[in-house]
Every structure is written in structure tokens, then in C-alpha cells.
Design a protein around this ligand. Structure first.
Ligand SMILES: C[S@@+](CC[C@H](N)C(=O)[O-])C[C@H]1O[C@@H](n2cnc3c(N)ncnc32)[C@H](O)[C@@H]1O
Length: 289
């Protein structure tokens, strides 16, 4: 699709056009990211010398990237890595691409942590992005990330090492908190569990439906299965002054707060994301009320 020797600027314009014609949401951004990655350029290189020709290797790589994007593979999957909380996270087939909305979970957990060096539990850790961001911000904290998918745990372990927090993070494969020793208690329990109602999955954008793992999306018939499972044990996992923070889907906050209340937890705060959507529900243990 892109021939060797094509000027960088021309290749960029050709990609942008092809992506726009295919109806992609952000054709210009996607084109720029894929071109700089394929040719090993910075944004500055691209702007400074748009007339420079692409090497044969860069053109072949770029053509491959473009074909994948036109087949609706997300840019971050093509690159194999995404940014979250300003940190790089490697992706694998068993991990969700971290979403900007989830930074609200990190911000809320940081604001509510009962001590500067909290013991943290991250349920459904995926790439490890939430736990790793928290450990990055709290250099004396330690944490455990759990995921049902062993491949996600391996990726999260690599990400923790690459982001300099590997010595303070452990990753376990298991069903929510079942893999923990009885009596384990945490100052912060965080989770961004799967919360899409099963019947809505077929209607998601192909980038999500076909490329994010089903296990990371499927929240059961009403989207709330994971909250029921996590909150059933939530109180047992919290230290006396501990805080449990859960990311929720749009319009799920009240239902999740009620599930927690029925389990004897005390709803503490609902935090909103940048779009104003109620995105994080927090609880304390009843004994802390
Ligand atoms: C929405 S993704 C969130 C991943 C990551 N924390 C993030 O915010 O990008 C939910 C994660 O929960 C994991 N998961 C689903 N069911 C689980 C279960 N029963 N026990 C543990 N993890 C589970 C999935 O494999 C997936 O990695």
C-alpha cells in the first residue's frame, strides 16, 4: 500500500485518507502514531522533515500496520503497548487495553488511602496498570494483583518490572480473592472488573468486541456479576480503616453501592470521570463507620 521512497508527509496523508474513508474515529491521530512507530520517528522528526523518504523497511512495516488498522485492530494492539498514568504498559491477548477513564480509579484510591504506604489489592489486574500506577505514586507501598487469566498475570509482572515496581508487586492467578491466604487484609482494595451487560457486547465497536478479551468485558446478564462476587468478600479483605474502590460502568454506581450495602459495607464516595460520569464507587468496612 505504501511504496518505499514515499515522502513521510505523503504517506501520512494517504493513511489519513484511507482511515477516514473506512470510517475510523480518529484517522489523523491513528495515521500519525502508526507512521512514527513504523519508521522509528519522533513527532518532531515527522514535522521537521515531511519530505524525507521512507525506507523499504519502514514502508513495509507501515503497510502492514495500515492493513491491520483497516481491519479494525486498535492502534494500541498493533503497537503492543499502551500508556496509562503516563507509564508504558505492554499488552497481550489476555489483557484489556487500559482506558483513560480508569485513571479516575487511581486518583480516587490515592486520595482515600488511609496511609502513605498502603497494602494494596487489585482484583482483575489485567496489564497491572492500576496497581502499578498506585505503587509508582506510593514508593513505600506494596501490592498484590490477581487475575483469572494466567497470561494477564505474566504480562502484569513484566509491566511491574519494566516500571520499576516489580519488587513491591506480586501477581497471582485466581478467581477474585480466592487465591489469597485466609485473613489477608489490605488498606486499599481496588478493582476495575468486567461490567458490560452480556447482551450489549455484540453491539460494541469491533475494536473492543474482537480485540479485548471477553473475560475482561463480560459482566453477566446485568453487568453486575463481578461486583456481587467481589463485594461478597469485600469486608473480609479490608483492614479496619481500609477503603474499597470499584470502577463502574455508566449508570451502575447506585446499583453497586446498594450491593455493597447489602454486604454490610458503607458507601463512602462516588467519583466522576472527566466526562462527568459516575465512575468509581468507594466503600469502607462497617467497623470503620
Ligand atoms: C475490565 S478488565 C480490567 C483490567 C485492568 N485492571 C484495567 O483496568 O485495565 C477486568 C479484568 O478482570 C479479570 N477477571 C475477570 N473475571 C475474573 C475473576 N473471576 N477473577 C479474577 N479476575 C477476573 C479479567 O481477566 C480482566 O483482566
Amino acid at each position: 500500500m505504501i511504496a518505499a521512497g514515499t515522502a513521510r508527509g505523503e504517506a501520512l496523508a494517504a493513511l489519513r485518507r484511507a482511515f477516514a474513508e473506512a470510517g475510523l474515529d480518529e484517522p489523523a491521530l491513528d495515521a500519525r502514531i502508526l507512521l512514527t512507530e513504523a519508521a522509528g520517528l519522533s513527532q518532531h522528526d515527522l514535522l521537521a522533515r515531511p519530505e524525507a523518504p521512507l525506507s523499504a523497511q519502514a514502508a513495509t512495516r507501515l503497510s502492514g500496520f495500515a492493513a491491520r488498522r483497516l481491519a479494525r485492530e486498535p492502534v494500541w494492539r498493533i503497537l503492543g503497548q499502551a500508556e496509562f498514568w503516563g507509564l508504558p504498559f505492554r499488552l497481550s491477548a489476555e489483557t484489556l487495553v487500559p482506558r483513560p477513564d480508569t485513571e479516575t480509579l487511581v486518583e480516587t484510591a490515592l486520595a482515600l488511602a488511609p496511609r502513605p504506604d498502603p497494602a494494596i489489592l487489585d482484583l482483575g489486574t489485567g496489564t497491572g496498570c492500576v496497581l502499578i500506577a498506585l505503587l509508582h505514586e506510593r514508593p513505600n507501598a506494596r501490592g498484590v494483583g490477581i487475575d483469572r487469566a494466567e497470561g494477564a498475570c505474566r504480562t502484569a509482572r513484566d509491566n511491574a518490572r519494566a516500571n520499576g515496581v516489580g519488587a513491591r508487586a506480586a501477581f497471582l492467578a485466581g478467581d477474585w480473592a480466592a487465591a489469597l491466604s485466609p485473613g489477608a487484609r489490605f488498606d486499599l482494595v481496588v478493582s476495575n472488573p468486567p461490567y458490560i451487560p452480556r447482551g450489549d457486547i455484540a453491539g460494541l465497536a469491533e475494536e473492543v468486541r474482537a480485540h479485548d478479551p471477553a473475560r475482561a468485558l463480560d459482566g453477566g446478564a446485568d453487568g453486575l456479576d463481578a461486583y456481587r462476587a467481589i463485594l461478597a468478600r469485600g469486608g473480609d479483605l479490608l483492614a479496619a480503616d481500609g477503603v474499597l474502590a470499584l470502577e463502574v460502568g455508566a449508570e451502575q454506581a447506585d446499583a453497586v453501592a446498594r450491593i455493597g450495602e447489602r454486604q454490610g459495607l458503607v458507601p463512602a464516595r462516588i467519583a466522576h470521570d472527566l466526562a462527568g460520569v459516575a465512575r468509581v464507587v468507594t466503600f469502607t468496612a462497617e467497623s470503620a463507620a
